[in-house]
Write a protein that binds this ligand. Structure first.
Ligand code: ATP
Ligand code: MG
Length: 329
């Protein structure tokens, strides 16, 4: 490649030191040095250094703008939400067909929001997930953010709740205000926390104020993103809260098909015996949560590796299942 082409190529690089393209570029510089083309190598190194610094600096700046956008609690300056990076979002879910379709409807409506708006319609934006523990309520919120490509914010209730009169409601309002023009998925995970807060010594009046504020904020919600609340205490929740959601979706325990899919999926990175009797396993797993099934499969995989076989057999699955069943009694 001639010198000028190389320089042009280097000027078009945009990356961080860990990126493959940057590593290859450094290799080219070394090769030019070893060929004795010292002036060219020096020149390419200068171009590359400048390109890396500018892209690195820009990304840092964007990150700090984002951090600044998360509001802090009034008295203690604690961030009211946590931002979970896209690469850390759990998104590969196994759901019963009907539930999967309802997830997809939420995602498709959001993607089509502009077309819907032209016809005076709005996508589902206020979602409530309820159901037994460990079946994908929190994960479901992450999956939606991942699929539609929105940033994911998880509200920190411990930061919202304040022992000072009226401040919890103010904090909650502040959190909602901050996303008014910011498209994101905002997760109010286990939002029955308010109901439980009474037990952990919070004043009843303060809890009423915060529930009222939540009712108001749900009514007024007009942000460009999606709000997702989760609970496994749907029976004890204020009915007035339920009515305010556009979609109330139960995420149930996995059925037979989902149990098999969860096992196969979790074991997909390891060798599995061809003679596993899945039907027998499924019959013993009919009341387990998705989280417990994933754990059975992971424990079985670990057992097979530790034994040195590296192939998962019926006995490994049976033994880890027995352990989980004993824990749930
Ligand atoms: N539907 C699912 N598909 C695949 N994995 C799942 C599913 N549901 C749960 N899991 C596994 O279980 C773990 C816990 O799930 P999650 O945190 O979403 O449970 P949850 O319903 O929010 O429970 P809790 O009520 O205790 O908060 C996940 O990290 C994942 O490994
Ligand atoms: Mg959860």
């Amino acid at each position: 490649m001639n010198k000028e082409t190389l320089r042009r190529l280097f000027r078009s690089i945009d990356g961080e030191p860990e990126d493959d393209i940057v590593k290859v570029a450094f290799k080219i510089i070394e090769e030019e040095e070893s060929k004795g083309h010292l002036l060219l190598a020096k020149n390419l190194r200068e171009i590359l250094d400048a390109k890396i610094k500018s892209s690195f600096g820009l990304k840092k700046e964007l990150k700090s703008i984002f951090d600044k956008d998360i509001p802090v609690s009034r008295r203690y300056n604690i961030p009211l939400a946590t931002h979970i990076e896209r690469e850390n979002l759990r998104h590969h879910m196994i759901l019963p067909n009907e539930v999967e379709k309802r997830f997809q409807r939420i995602e498709k409506e959001y993607v089509a929001r502009e077309r819907l708006a032209h016809n005076g319609l709005k996508p589902r934006q206020k979602i409530l997930f309820y159901g037994p523990p460990g079946c994908g309520k929190s994960m479901g919120a992450e999956r939606i953010a991942w699929n539609i490509g929105l940033p994911f914010l998880k509200v920190r209730f411990e930061a919202i709740i304040s022992s000072y009169l009226g401040e919890s409601a103010v904090n909650l309002r502040k959190m909602f205000e901050s996303i008014k023009f910011y498209p994101c998925v905002l997760l109010l995970d286990e939002f029955d926390f308010f109901a439980k807060s009474r037990e952990i010594g919070q004043d009843v009046g303060e809890m009423h104020r915060i529930v009222n504020m939540l009712l108001y904020l749900l009514d007024e919600f007009n942000a460009p993103g999606i709000l997702i609340a989760t609970t496994n205490l749907e029976g004890t929740l204020d009915k007035a809260l339920f009515r305010r959601f556009d979609e109330v979706l139960e995420i149930p325990k996995p059925g037979k098909k989902e149990v098999i899919d969860l096992l196969i999926d979790t074991l997909s990175a390891i060798q599995v015996s061809k003679v596993i009797n899945f039907d027998q396993l499924v019959n013993q797993m009919n009341d387990l949560s998705a989280a417990q099934i994933v754990k059975v499969a992971q424990d079985a995989a670990k057992l097979s590796i530790i034994e040195g076989k590296g192939i998962v057999e019926q006995c490994h699955l049976q033994s880890s299942l027995k352990e989980i069943l004993n824990q749930t009694i």
